[in-house]
Design a binder for this molecule. Sequence first.
Ligand SMILES: [Mg+2]
Ligand SMILES: [Zn+2]
Length: 217
Amino acid sequence: MRIAICCDFDGTITLIDTGKALLTKLSEKDWQYYDELVIKGEIGTREALVHQWGTIDYTTNEEIMEIVDKIEVDPTFKEFHEWVRKNDLKFIVVSDGFVSYIKRILENHNFHSEIEIRANDMELLENKIQLNFLTPNCEHDCANCKYEHVKNLKDEGFKIIYIGDGLSDIFPAQNLADIIFAKKNEDLAKALEDDSRLNIFSNFSEIISKIESFEII
Ligand SMILES: [Mg+2]
Ligand SMILES: [Zn+2]
């Protein structure tokens, strides 16, 4: 069986959400308001991100990296990543964050190898954050269409193991995953609590044991 593991980054691989940490430190406006609009279904996450990052009036690369460099990776992710490589499993990171900070955080924690990342990116234009969307034409108004990235693998014949925590993980996990791992007490776990594919996890060691117990590898 060909297995692909599709894994969220912020709050799943990292201990806290990098985007939220940056917005909390750099924005003086009410950026959380746009999360509420997403939860109410009034706007999509792509529109929300444009508004949220637009609330930062002025920043610098140094200021951003100072915050990014304090973000911690779950200590059990290293063991998990080695296990993924040992078993020769397809592994991709799907994220609503930015490629630039994801790479930086992974490098800070000595992951120098070829982790595949499907995420948006940003650049600073006159000290304002500009977003570059990876899937700008997604019909669901996703900030980054995790659904599309996972669907491509499913269409190639992979069985999908989806690992995540947040709101942007619900749609791809619910519609495409064969096995779902949702971080304990977070939005994905709450949304799919009656789903038979759901497994709750607190750290990546638990995910290894659980997948091994399924005897699919
Ligand atoms: Mg997340
Ligand atoms: Zn989409």
